[in-house]
Design a protein around this ligand. Sequence first.
Ligand SMILES: [Fe+2]
Length: 195
Amino acid sequence: MFFYQLSDFPQLTELVENWKIIKEEASRLEDYNLNINRVDKDHEVVAEEILEKIKLNKKNGWVDGWNNKGEINKNWIQYGLIINDQEIPYSNMPKTIKLLKKIKGIKVAALNILKSESILGTHTHPEMITEKLAQMHISLDAPEPKQSYLCINGDFFEHKTGNYAIFNGAYPHFAINAGKKDRMILYLEFKRNKL
Ligand SMILES: [Fe+2]
């Protein structure tokens, strides 16, 4: 099974329904980069580095992603909000954090931008099986129609502003934004058995 139904995880309904609030808060964020290299590091290690920087500078910010060549990827960036049910401080998204804190069992919640004309190559997340996790994208801002997709094992989901997908990233998947605008989502990893 590549995709799940929202009815499988009713605790996520309120978050999905409030995507406009999340988008509004996200649109006000400063374009500030934390300068952290997250290549080949797991979420916990990255979160520790993020928290250290935040402690010093009293502000959260964006982290560059990775690519399949083991390089820093400035076309795919993340802004962490929750790690293991704990809020990342100084995130400047109070309403979004409030919505997220109602949900127990979140491993990661982050904003995630895939820039115009960019691809995140095929990869898998084996921990979706070993840690009993699932992933969700809520599309906050998609480019023009038929340009931005998540493909899981050959099944395509089109990002359209306001829609969502809940999926099993243990299967090989990639994301593409062939459009003229950046694509922004709220990204979630959560424990399937807690929701
Ligand atoms: Fe992925």
